[in-house]
Design a protein around this ligand. Sequence first.
Ligand SMILES: Cc1cc2nc3c(=O)[nH]c(=O)nc-3n(C[C@H](O)[C@H](O)[C@H](O)COP(=O)(O)OP(=O)(O)OC[C@H]3O[C@@H](n4cnc5c(N)ncnc54)[C@H](O)[C@@H]3O)c2cc1C
Length: 353
Amino acid sequence: MAGLVAAARSRELGASPGVFEKGDRPGGSMLLSSCVIWRYRTFEDFRAECPGGDPELQRLVFERLDDGIAWLESLGAPVTERETGNPRTVGKRFDPRGLTDALVRAAGEIRLGRTLPEADAPLLLATGGFQGSPELVERYVRPAAPLRLRANRWSAGDGLRLGLECGATTTAGMDEFYGRNMPDAPFDENQFVPLAQLYGRFARVFNERGEEFFAGREVSWSETDLVQATARQPGARAWYVLDDDALEQRVRDRTVAEMVALAPTAVDPAELPFPAPSGARVAVRVAPGITHTIGGLRIDTQARVLDEAMKPIDGLYAAGADAGGISTGGYASGLAAALVLGRIAAESALRAL
Ligand SMILES: Cc1cc2nc3c(=O)[nH]c(=O)nc-3n(C[C@H](O)[C@H](O)[C@H](O)COP(=O)(O)OP(=O)(O)OC[C@H]3O[C@@H](n4cnc5c(N)ncnc54)[C@H](O)[C@@H]3O)c2cc1C
């Protein structure tokens, strides 16, 4: 998302960017996403939901997103819904294939199967975070066991590594990630959205030892806090235990019972490795799927990568999940940050030439 946006914007401004894409297709995780590009309705809510983020970067995303969305539409990206369906957020849902195609058309030539170039030109790191590197996830996120990937398979921290080699510093929240608890069974990329078990707020949540590790805490609306807490439980696993009332609840357009019906790890509560709570009707063994990392390279409001002295590193920019410090402490739209900072990166790199 961030790389294609930056290329499209810099072409629009008269430059000839080169896009180097490691994968065998453009679109990264954007193409796999639900493609709702959104912001909090109020800046105060954004701050309250993501208190560890850099307020200046958050302000940029908040103030420039609506323009960014209008620009995507002007490129011919098809909108499928004009509301997010969440009263606390505003934004639009795009068709991910149509959005990718529109950005590819505007971005120019994409060199597939190519990693970071050796080029004497400003470089934008937009490799999509480090969730695809088990080694980096273990070093920074420190889950109790390896996490399954719920994202494109090429985003393995190449931008982070290169930035660090150039003297960059990182943001707070290097141990944070956005993801979904998934049935504890293999899944493929077509199942990232339908298989997500997004009803932890209605469940009683136990770890393998039978400890109710989230009891008394309110699960956030995105459930990111519960997913991250699951990653720190023994074996990075949890059980969602549901009674009849929980099974009837709705999350977006589905009932909890419908989500459970798709989970291959749903069992009779009698099969739990600890005594079932009274009223339990079904139990689902879940494990976190990691979608993207939240910490990353520290950037300024011109998307320039900063060194430890907070000085910009000459010619080096970052956007998208390679840039940290926006949704720290909570969750905000990764597509929105990639859109806003990708455009800004293009504009500031061209200004500096
Ligand atoms: C199932 C799913 C649902 C989601 N739903 C939403 C949603 O509704 N709303 C939302 O805001 N976000 C959503 N997201 C998250 C969103 O997709 C990401 O936040 C967003 O794509 C991040 O943009 P990016 O540019 O950083 O990374 P990406 O879009 O993933 O792009 C990174 C690109 O870099 C490439 N790359 C990696 N390494 C290299 C290298 N060394 N050299 C060259 N290229 C490289 C990758 O192949 C990839 O194409 C979802 C994600 C998933 C997986």
